[in-house]
Each structure stands twice: as structure tokens, then as C-alpha cells.
Ligand binder design. Structure first.
Ligand code: ATP
Length: 812
């Protein structure tokens, strides 16, 4: 008899790696890949801290997550609803075809038993015709179902991706370690989810209709047989649910262990050179073996649990095989039914058994599926919580809420006290507040107790992106600070350690600030806070720039993207979305400070520090005439001539020669984006690209821009740093944050790069250890241990050297 039931698996699943699948011979396995639980945080294999509980086994939680994950696609996409209706129609048709086959089979076997050759031939033809018409229904149903699942998967993956990459959620999740292996969840778990959710829903629907159709048939043949079947299958279902319960946890764990193993291999690939230099192969092998062992051990547990369940399901399945024939046979012997009816009852019986025993046969698939639902639900909830938290901070910043007035008042009092003490050098003083108030109390506790857990009461750092007129009160445009830091306390993620406390700072447009201090003092963390990456702590950071794209960060080891040399130079402007997405800001508007340097004077007293910043030195440069003033980070993409010029300016011309030789033959012009410009006069690249009279870019140099290589391993660190500087010159943000961005360069190159940067009019803040950096900056923020486990800070004016003066200093 034709078996009409199609398994849940589809083409999608077969595209996934086959590792850890159960042996194909095992009958109960319907192909769902194993899904695992997050590891306990005490596991030596844990890459990031993970939640301490396991997967949820609460049916209500799982169902709630299932609905939240599944509904949006069908609610949003009307075309998907139509397609689903089509697939449901085909599913119903398969049941209809099954019923027809059931009757065809009855007549076929009856004709056979009656030795009626003519009737037999006729029934045979009818049966074959039924195959010809019915089988395509099954095939098309499977095809369209898989196609719809694939479309759903694409939609859902794109949605998760945009949530993940929006508002730097990916960074926050990585820092907090809330969810393990997000990559696995986005790629493999979504595929499993859509594939199974659709397959399972249709299977359930099919089973329901099937049950109704064949119950009628079986009931009409022999009601006691029908009743026995229902009792048998319901009892079996209850037993299999009890036996298969721990499969959810085992599946959950398996997925995480496999992801950890894979991630270990990826790290070896990404850090091949360092590992080779260290000769760390043995350690890597041991680590990978440990991870493999963890996956194998869990899988053995999974196999054992499946084996035990299989004992039950196999007995259940095979025990019942003879029952219908045995029960109905007496009726045949009594001549009450034809022989074909025995076959028909067997077929109907199997159908109903499959329908009612769905849970038993699919228990392992269901266990895997609920683990997937749990992982994806948890992931989505973590992203939503993070985005809500960011939105709250942004709206608090927008409302201009004063987060800690008590602390500010205390700081002002401390400032006054220090001024009374009068040591003659302190123009402004900031202090850790010592009056009651959540953040003040936490900061004070941190100062005394080393900071662990102390930051929990801090309300978070407010980062505001201001319109030009908002900041600086009645100060004229162009004299308002580009960056203003007010009473800032920075705390490491999860509040484990308080770093800077009560920092007050102003950076005027066109100015430059050098941040120095011992390793671990919190220099990079300050930049993270300014860039909006860290929001744990308290205080306010105001950026008077045109958008988030107007702040650019240059790390010590620049990120090398996959792609061409041009892609490297233009990163992250390739997609033309710069300036968008300012999630942590209160307002996004054009800044009237622009990139122009006016030597902005800051004499404003702020609430916390009674500051009276002196004017920046008179030597502060006006933007050089060769350097176009407005920032272009939101302008059109630089063309090839500008890219070439920027690379020349950061002394990477040799790359153009080297890669120009390897470049593929030019296609038409040098490049679609090339305009043949390139003046090579050493001026910063112009966003207009037409104001200068450039020499034509050599075609081989321009062709070098199309070369694709593994840039992070084929360029030296110094070259990568210079490429980072080229990015900066091309993006021309209003504010650049440079974190030891010249550490791998010789002093001559470093001096040249800073000169070009200063000429460009970009305001910059550098973090560094070399004393030679002082000559390229106007102010210095010096961090040093305060002797009580915290960090004291001091702001000094640097140039001209003879007039160096302390501008602000933290109170002891
Ligand atoms: N993601 C993190 N989670 C917890 N602590 C962190 C994290 N990142 C940094 N820290 C800690 O915060 C402190 C300050 O780090 P930061 O990178 O700001 O120091 P730094 O002054 O830039 O040091 P260096 O000069 O060595 O680069 C260090 O003690 C560091 O261990």
C-alpha cells in the first residue's frame, strides 16, 4: 500500500551540515537537526557568559514565543498568506487523494480475491490512473511548502539581522554575554524554525482532516476497532512525552557545543599567524579536542535518550501492525465483508494511527523544534530589551533630564572648597559627589570599595546629539564645543568596575585632545562612551555634530573588511548610510560648527565644575585653504581619484603599484566610480573632486582598487593603520577618535599623518602612550591612579609648551 505520509523534513534541512545527525536507519528520526541549550556559565568551554538556567520547558512560554516569532511574517506579507492558502489547498488535496487510493485499493484487492480478471484489469488501470494524477499533488505540495518556508526564512533572517545590527545591539549583546552564538541562531535556527513550523502546521492540519476522513471509514467497518485504536494511541502519546522530555535539553546543548567547536576552528583560521608565531598548535589542538569531546559526550547522551525512546516507539509501532487484520478477519470468515475490506481497514487504521500518534512519531522533532523556539525567542527578547533600554536613555537625554542634580551640586560645592584652598593652578575642579543620590552613592562606594557591584545604581550615560543651537547657550555658532562631557562616570559592562569618575571636559571644533594614562586606566573606555558604545555609568555627553556618522573611531588595529582595496578605504561609507541610525541620540540635526576651526573659546561655567576653560591657543589653525571645510561624511561617495589621493597621502602609494600589477585587466574605464581625477598634490581629498586640477590617475593604480585580498593578513599593522587614516581623510567626520592609531608607525610618518589631519580641520581626540604625541595636540587629559583604587584626571593645555597650564583637575 502506498504510504502517503510525507515527513516534516524538506530541502532546506538537507542543505545544512549533516554532522551529528542520527543514523539514517533509525526509523523514528524525522530529520530535525539537534538544537542545544546554552552552556552553564561555569563550563570551561563557555566563550561568553550565558544564562544559568536551561531551555524553557514551560509549554506556555514556548507557545508564547512561538506565536511571537511566527505571526509577524503572516501578518505583514499578504502575498505569503495567499501562498499559504495555496499550500493548504494542496495539503487538503493530498488527503483527498489518500481517501481515493483507499477505495481504489479496496476494489482492487476484492477483484483479485474474486479471481475476476476483467474487473481486476479494470481496477488496475483505475489504480494506475490514480497514481498518475495523485502523485504530482504530493510532489507539488512538498515543493511549494519548501519554497514558502524558504521565503519565510529569508524574511525572518533579514528582520533579525536588522534588529541585531540596529543601534549596535550586536555589540551590546556581545558585551553582556546574554545570548550565546547569535550567528548560529540567525543562520541555522531560523532555517529550522521556518521549515519545521510550516511543516508541522501542515502536518497537523493534514492529520486532523485525515483523522476525520478515515475515522468515518474505520468506524463504518468496525466501531470496536476504532475505539481500541484511540485508547492505544492516546496512552502511547502520554508515555512518549514523558520519555522524551529530556531530549529538549539535550538538543539545546548539542547546538551550543557544535557552535563552540566551529567557533574555535574559525578563531584558528583568523589568528593563524599569531598562533604560528607562538607555536600554539598543541594548545589549539587540545582546546579544539576539548570542545569536540564536549559535543561528542552530549551527543552520546542524545543517542542514549533516543535509543530508549526508540524502544518504546518501535514496540508501539510494530505491535499494532497485525491488529486490524486480526480483528477484522472473523468478519471476513463469516462472509460479512469482502477481502478488499480487510485491506481497506488496514489502510484506514494506519492512517488514523499515524494521525493520533503524531506526537509519538515526531517527539524528537518536536523536542528539537521547541529548543529552537526557545533559542530564537530568547534572542529576540534580549534584542528588544536592549533596544528599549537604549530608547529610554535616548528619550531621557531628549527630555534633558538632569540625572543627578545632587551629585552636580556636591561637585560644585567641592569645587568651591578646592578653590578656597587655592593652590593657584586649579582653574576648575570636578569631584566625586558625596551627597546622597543614586549615582553619587555608587560612585562614592566605588571609590572606597574598589567598585565591584557599585555601579548597579547608576542611571546610565546620556549621550545627546545636539543641534548647533542647543549647546553653548548664547555663545556664537562656531564657538560652541563639539564635544562636552559633563560629570561623567564610566563603568565597565555589567557594572563590575568603575573607571573614570566625575569627568568634565569640552572639546571645541578644530581642537585636539590627547588622552594619556597608565594601561587599564580607562582611556579607551572614555572613547567607547563618547562613541556611544558604553552607556553604563552616569553623566552626560553632548556631541554637537551632524549625525553619528560624523564621529569616526580609529582603533589600534583597524577592522579590515572583506572586499577590494577600495572597499577598505571607503569603509564604512560603502552603503551610503552614514549619518543614519543615531539610536542613542536625542536629536539629529545639522551642526553649525561644521568642521571649521575657529579656535573655539570656552569660558562657560558648568554646573559641576564651575569651569572657566581658557581660550585655545592663538596658534590654532584656520582650516587650510587646500582643505574644503564642510564635513563630507554624509556627502557623495568619494570617487577613485580621491581614494587614490588619500592612499598617497597616508603613504600607501606602494600598494597601488604592487596591487596594480596583480589587478584584473581594466574593464572599460578604470572603474565605474573613477573620474580620472587625482592631483597628487598632497592636499586632503576633496569631496567635490572637481575643485583642483588633478593629474589623471594611472590606470594600473586605479585597477589596484579593484583587487580583492585578505587584507588583514596581507598588510602589515602599520599599513593597516595608515589605511585607517585614509578612511578618515575620505570620510572627513567632524570628530575623530584615535585609539593608539599610530602605535605601529615610525615617528616621521606619525608626524606627517597628524599634520594632514590638522590641516583637514577635523577635530580629534587621541589616546596614546608616546610623549611625542603631545606636540600634535592642544590639550591633554592625563589619567593617573588616585591612590585609592580609582583614577584621578587632569586637563592641561599643551601648546605653546611654555604656557602649559592646568585647565581642570579631579578633586582627590
Ligand atoms: N568589555 C569589558 N568588560 C569588562 N571590563 C572591561 C572591558 N573592556 C575593558 N575592561 C576593563 O576596563 C579597564 C579599562 O580598559 P581600557 O581599555 O579603557 O584601558 P586603557 O586605559 O585604554 O588601557 P590600555 O592603555 O592598556 O589600552 C581595564 O581594566 C579593562 O580590563
Amino acid at each position: 500500500m502506498l504510504q502517503h505520509r510525507f515527513p516534516l523534513s524538506s530541502g532546506l534541512r538537507s542543505a545544512r551540515p549533516a554532522s551529528w545527525r542520527r543514523p539514517a536507519s533509525r526509523p523514528a528520526w524525522r530529520g530535525l537537526p539537534r538544537v542545544a541549550q546554552p552552556q552553564r556559565s561555569d563550563s570551561p568551554l563557555t566563550l561568553t557568559p550565558k544564562r544559568a538556567d536551561g531551555p524553557s520547558t514551560d509549554l506556555r512560554v514556548i507557545l508564547g514565543r512561538l506565536v511571537k516569532l511566527a505571526l509577524p511574517y503572516w501578518q505583514t506579507e499578504s502575498s505569503a498568506r495567499w501562498k499559504l492558502a495555496g499550500v493548504v489547498g494542496l495539503t487538503l488535496a493530498t488527503t483527498g487523494v489518500s481517501v481515493v487510493f483507499n477505495f481504489l485499493g479496496r476494489d482492487f484487492f476484492t477483484a483479485l480475491s474474486e479471481k475476476d480478471e476483467v474487473a481486476f484489469k479494470y481496477q488496475l488501470v483505475k489504480y494506475l490512473a490514480g497514481f498518475a494524477l495523485g502523485i504530482p499533488v504530493f510532489v507539488f505540495k512538498g515543493y511549494f511548502q519548501s519554497k514558502l518556508a524558504l521565503e519565510w526564512r529569508q524574511w525572518m533572517t533579514e528582520r533579525l539581522l536588522s534588529d541585531y545590527l540596529e543601534g549596535r545591539t550586536f555589540y551590546g549583546l556581545q558585551q553582556s554575554g546574554e545570548v550565546d552564538n547569535p550567528d548560529q541562531r540567525i543562520s541555522s535556527d531560523v532555517a529550522t524554525f521556518t521549515d519545521t513550523a510550516l511543516g508541522l502546521s501542515l502536518t497537523l492540519l493534514n492529520a486532523g482532516i485525515d483523522l476525520v476522513s478515515f475515522s468515518g471509514i474505520l468506524f463504518s467497518i468496525y466501531p470496536p476497532l476504532f475505539a481500541a485504536l484511540i485508547v492505544y494511541s492516546l496512552g502511547g502519546t502520554a508515555a512518549s512525552v514523558a520519555l522524551g522530555k529530556n531530549l529538549v535539553t539535550l538538543n539545546f546543548t548539542q547546538e551550543a557545543r557544535e557552535a563552540d567547536f566551529r567557533y574555535g576552528l574559525v578563531r584558528v583560521r583568523e589568528n593563524a599567524e599569531s598562533i604560528a608565531f607562538y607555536g600554539g598548535e598543541r594548545d589549539e589542538r587540545e582546546l579544539l579536542k576539548e570542545r569536540l569531546q564536549a559535543a561528542v559526550t552530549n551527543y552520546l547522551g542524545l543517542l542514549t535518550a533516543s535509543r530508549n525512546l526508540d524502544f518504546f516507539t518501535s514496540f508501539y509501532r510494530y505491535l499494532i501492525q497485525l491488529l486490524p487484520a486480526a480483528v477484522v478477519a472473523p468478519l471476513f470468515f463469516q462472509g460479512k465483508i469482502d477481502f478488499g475490506v480487510i485491506n481497506q481497514s488496514q489502510s484506514a487504521f494506519n492512517h488514523i494511527l499515524n494521525d493520533v500518534s503524531l506526537v509519538i512519531y515526531q517527539i524528537e522533532s518536536l523536542a528539537g523544534f521547541s529548543a529552537v523556539v526557545d533559542r530564537l525567542g530568547e534572542f529576540q527578547e534580549a534584542m528588544t530589551a536592549r533596544q528599549e533600554q537604549q530608547a529610554k536613555l535616548a528619550s531621557a537625554a531628549e527630555a534633558g533630564d538632569e540625572v543627578k542634580p545632587a551629585a552636580a551640586a556636591a561637585a560644585a560645592a567641592a569645587a568651591a572648597a578646592a578653590a578656597d584652598g587655592g593652590d593657584g593652578t586649579a582653574i576648575a575642579v570636578a569631584a566625586v559627589a558625596v551627597v546622597p543620590g543614586p549615582s553619587a552613592a555608587a560612585a562614592a562606594a566605588a571609590a572606597v570599595g574598589g567598585g565591584f557591584g557599585a555601579a548597579e545604581a547608576l542611571p546610565g550615560i546620556q549621550l545627546r546629539l545636539l543641534a548647533g543651537g542647543e549647546q553653548g547657550g548664547d555663545r556664537p555658532a562656531g564657538r560652541r564645543p563639539l564635544l562636552r562631557v559633563h560629570d561623567l562616570t564610566v563603568v565597565t559592562p555589567r557594572g563590575s568596575n568603575v573607571l573614570l569618575r566625575g569627568l568634565d571636559l569640552e572639546v571645541p571644533p578644530g581642537s585636539s585632545l590627547l588622552v594619556m594614562g597608565p594601561s587599564g586606566a580607562g582611556k579607551t573606555s572614555l572613547l567607547r562612551a563618547v562613541a556611544g558604545l558604553w552607556s553604563d555609568g552616569s553623566g552626560r555627553i553632548e556631541l554637537c555634530v551632524g549625525g553619528r556618522g560624523e564621529v569616526m573611531f580609529l582603533p589600534q588595529r583597524p577592522y579590515m573588511v572583506l572586499g577590494t582595496l577600495r572597499d577598505q578605504a571607503l569603509y564604512p561609507r560603502r552603503c551610503g548610510d552614514q549619518g543614519a541610525d543615531p539610536p542613542t541620540t536625542s536629536s539629529s540635526s545639522t551642526n553649525d560648527n561644521g568642521g571649521a576651526s575657529d579656535g573655539g573659546t570656552h569660558a562657560e561655567a558648568n554646573g559641576a565644575s564651575a569651569s572657566s576653560s581658557p581660550s585655545p591657543p592663538s596658534s590654532s589653525p584656520s582650516p587650510p585653504s587646500s582643505s574644503p571645510s564642510p564635513p563630507s561624511s554624509s556627502g557623495p561617495l568619494p570617487d577613485d581619484s580621491e581614494v587614490l589621493r588619500a592612499l598617497e597621502m597616508v603613504q600607501l602609494g606602494h600598494l597601488l603599484t604592487r596591487y596594480g600589477r596583480q589587478a584584473p585587466p581594466p574593464h572599460g574605464a578604470t572603474s565605474a566610480r573613477s573620474n580620472g581625477n587625482g592631483n597628487g598634490n598632497g592636499s586632503p581629498p576633496s569631496s567635490s573632486g572637481s575643485s583642483s586640477a588633478p593629474a589623471p590617475a594611472s590606470s594600473s593604480a586605479a585597477a589596484a582598487l579593484d583587487v580583492v585580498a585578505d587584507w588583514s593578513s596581507s598588510l602589515s599593522l602599520g599599513e593597516q593603520q595608515r589605511l585607517g587614516w585614509a578612511r578618515l581623510l575620505l570620510a572627513r567626520p567632524q570628530l575623530a577618535l584615535l585609539d593608539e592609531a599610530t602605535s605601529a608607525l615610525d615617528q616621521k610618518t606619525e608626524a606627517r599623518l597628524y599634520k594632514v589631519l590638522e590641516q583637514s580641520g577635523i577635530t580629534f581626540i587621541s589616546v596614546g602612550h608616546r610623549s611625542t604625541l603631545r606636540e600634535f595636540h592642544r590639550e591633554l587629559l592625563q589619567l593617573r591612579p588616585d591612590g585609592a583604587g580609582g583614577v584621578a584626571w587632569e586637563v592641561r593645555r599643551l601648546a605653546p609648551a611654555a604656557e602649559e597650564v592646568t585647565v581642570r583637575v579631579a578633586a582627590p
